[in-house]
Design a protein around this ligand. Sequence first.
Ligand SMILES: Nc1ncnc2c1ncn2[C@@H]1O[C@H](COP(=O)(O)OP(=O)(O)OP(=O)(O)O)[C@@H](O)[C@H]1O
Ligand SMILES: [Mg+2]
Length: 454
Amino acid sequence: MEIAEPFSILIVDDEPNIRSGFAKGLANESSVIDTAGNAEEALQKFEKRQHSLVIVDVRLNCSMTGIELMQKLLRLRPLTAVIVITAHGTIETAVEAMRFGAFDFILKPVELNLVRQQVRKAREHYEVRAENALLKHRLADSGEISNIIAGGAAMQEVFRQVRQVAATDATVMIHGESGTGKELIARALHDLSHRSSGPFIAVNLGALPETLLESELFGHEKGAFSGAIRQKPGCFEQAMHGTLFLDEVTEMSAKSQVDLLRVLEINEFTRVGGETRLVSDARIISATNRSTHELIEEGAFREDLFYRLNVIPIEVPPLRQRRDDIPLLVEHFIELFCARHRRPLKRLSPEAMEILTSAPWPGNVRQLRNVVERMVITGAGDIIHENELPMELRKVSRQSLTVPNSLAEAMDECEKATIAAALEACNLHRENTAKALGISVRTLHYKMSRHGLH
Ligand SMILES: Nc1ncnc2c1ncn2[C@@H]1O[C@H](COP(=O)(O)OP(=O)(O)OP(=O)(O)O)[C@@H](O)[C@H]1O
Ligand SMILES: [Mg+2]
């Protein structure tokens, strides 16, 4: 929210005389005064400047009424103050305009002295609101991000990026393995933005068949297809003034990718079976757990769509690459689930914690969360011991205390485990072990010393 910008006014009227009269009469009230003769021109100028105050005639000689234009502008920028001009006889229109969010109205014939007073009042009102919006952002800047646990440097860096881009309307794409907390990050981006009082609409594009996706995203009119018994707004419409979270965005069909790209490019859409063009002002955040690089190379994901979405990429690292977060997460989930399931607060034995901090966590934080919940529910005492951990966790972490970051490392780990198991099975008899493994004794010796097996 930039309030350092000068107070600016946009005057919208189809009569040139009124436009120039206002522009002259208000010259002392603002250093920036733009004018527009119709709604399209007004929208164009508004998109560029985002004026602080718009003065608009209710009756415009174009496709839109002044009130419709006002609603559109307020959707684009709720902070803007709007004053409508209306003819004497139509005070009901003025009341209606106020109901739809106008700050004030001007009755014709216009009295410039009165208008100047109204403009000053609107300015004061605008500046207080803009200041509040800014303060809210500063507050958000200094605090923790609610309910996301992050102790280590890796997540702190993610937080830094989240704070940095939340305040802008920039399109963000969140990358990360399944269960790393991408949706949580998306919500944080919304909560810290100036859209936080607007809706956060999440849609999982991977879960929807192509035939349903269009109507889900853009809505449909009554009777658009069999089963469309009433008009239904889509996600883009529901996310007005808010944030639209496109989850698993890389799972869309080729056709749906084209549809989405077009809407993102022109910022307009129509409901299925409808004709009215609707403007989308939703902030777009998307997420994927796939490698976009590979998908683009394979031709499974459009590169142009990718560039539209990936304006600001945020990478959420897998849990195994930020093990320093694990103790905090465990503590957080224990508290959460002990409260939820009305259990007295439990603790983990040091051995159990050791296993949790060294497990590979292929399902990331979601898996950890589930494990902790299960332990809280099933654990008998107030300390959770090693033997109460799920079997698969104990096995895996015994085999490999750390998880490899590359294939070579993984194969190495596997080789070491296999040799160790064979040695054990052959009672440490080296010749038999070598035979069982189909390698020479020399190779076995070499590999044993390389892996530190004795
Ligand atoms: N840093 C964190 N602090 C607290 N809870 C977390 C954190 N990260 C993830 N979680 C929790 O883990 C679960 C999974 O997170 P989320 O749904 O955001 O993952 P995701 O990356 O969207 O996964 P997927 O790709 O499978 O959709 C949620 O219950 C979430 O609340
Ligand atoms: Mg998700």
